[in-house]
Ligand binder design. Structure first.
Ligand code: ZN
Ligand code: ZN
Length: 405
């Protein structure tokens, strides 16, 4: 027997249903917000992610699903969705349409070569959106509102955490300030944090180590060191959220470590899956398009980890729908196939049982596939050109001419 690879999982029955429900619900809401569907390749050049996700990240450092293809190209399976969409945006020369806004949504599998014993999947799924060309903080608010709408629709409780990461004007002095503070407590910090003081000091702030978190409570906060523009935007974002009655909390330790992240960062967390786990995250990346050789273009996006919310999704009870068609005699098959095709062309759901069997067997079959109507041709019906139909919802049955079925 051949099994799926380690860390890879089939989406089947209930899981498949949930995946489809999540992506369809989110896609519908994103479309209502004016976002358009985009699909980019799963396989990309490795250097796309080295430059966008960053060399110092765990994703690129340890977790890339990377190999050399037959043509000798260094390629990898996408570990996240933003890089590919930004590449596509630049490749389509949309960065040259200054002043235009482009908004996209995507969903699909992502890959990280993690140790499977952590219970993490190597192939997992995300739904995400990316918005290009809009500098206004109203767009940041709108993305957060869209995400709340999506989780509301899925029946998932959440809380929102926000932060501002500043800009090219206010972040460098803040960083210096932070580094000098961290140098003072260097010896007490964990090994990862000590290494990050040089490579990526802002990431020290989101260390998961409890001892580090205690030490960091005195660290200077970016939100106290914002320039006037960034401060005004951050205030406006909070006003917009309050006015829309979206509850939020400012979390100064919510950071994203790379230079192209600017301004708003946000995370949605749920306490339904253990201690305050992130179920979605996003933020501004006003310099990412430049980083990938495009013309400077403001951008912002978010991504939802679908596996993280799968168990929390409340799918509405499915009602009986469509038809189940069967026959009790071999000669009846042609009539039910014709009727099935007519109905399918008409947009109705039809399941056909080809094997002739008794009425009891057919009713069981109709129940199993969740059909509303069970229609069966028996000896008499076949002779008269009629069909027996039972409405399984109303529990009514009758024999009608087959053309009327
Ligand atoms: Zn600033
Ligand atoms: Zn630490």
């Amino acid at each position: 027997m051949i099994n799926a690879l380690r860390g890879m999982k089939d989406l089947i029955f209930e899981d498949a249903e949930r995946y489809r429900y999540v992506t369809e619900t989110a896609a519908k809401i994103a479309s209502n917000y004016g976002f358009e569907y985009i699909e980019t390749p799963i396989l990309e050049e490795t250097r796309l992610f080295r430059r966008s996700v960053g060399e110092s990240s765990d994703i690129v450092g340890k977790e890339m699903y990377r190999f050399t293809d037959k043509g000798g190209n260094d390629v990898c399976l996408r570990p996240e969705g933003t890089a590919g969409v930004v590449r596509a945006f630049i490749q389509a020369k949309l960065d040259r349409q200054q002043g235009q806004k482009y908004r996209f949504f995507y969903f699909g599998p992502m890959f990280r070569y993690e140790r499977p014993q952590k219970g993490r999947l190597r192939q997992f799924h995300q739904f995400g959106v990316e918005s290009f060309g809009e500098k206004s903080v109203a767009e940041d608010f709108t993305l957060i509102q869209m995400l709340s709408d999506i989780f509301d629709a899925l029946g998932i409780r959440y809380s929102v955490q926000i932060n501002s990461l500043g800009c090219d004007a206010c972040r460098p002095p803040y960083r210096e300030n932070l580094v000098s503070h961290l140098e003072g407590i260097r010896e007490e910090l964990c090994e990862d944090c000590r290494r990050r003081i040089e490579s990526n000091p802002i990431r020290v702030l989101d260390c998961k180590n409890e001892h580090c978190q205690e030490l960091l409570s005195e660290a200077p906060r970016i939100t106290h060191n914002l320039c006037d523009d960034c401060d005004r935007d951050f205030q406006q974002l909070q006003d917009l959220l309050s006015n829309a009655r979206i509850p939020y909390r400012v979390d100064p330790n919510l950071v994203r470590g790379l230079d192209y992240y600017t301004g708003t960062a946000f995370e949605f967390v749920s306490d339904e899956i253990g201690a305050q786990s992130a179920i979605a995250g996003g933020g501004r990346y006003d310099r990412l398009v430049e980083y990938l050789d495009g013309r400077p273009t403001p951008g912002i996006g978010f991504a939802i980890g679908i596996e993280r919310i799968m168990e929390l999704v409340r799918i509405p009870e499915k009602e009986r729908s469509g038809w189940y068609l069967g026959t009790m005699i071999p000669e009846g098959i042609d009539s039910i196939l014709k009727l099935a095709h007519k109905k399918r062309k008409n947009g109705e759901k039809v399941v056909v049982e080809y094997s002739p069997k008794g009425l009891k067997g057919h009713l069981k079959g109709a129940d199993k596939v969740g059909a509303r109507y069970c229609a069966v041709i028996g000896e008499d019906e076949w002779k008269n050109g009629s069909i027996w139909v039972k409405d399984l919802l109303r529990k009514e049955e009758k024999v009608i001419p087959i053309q009327e079925a």
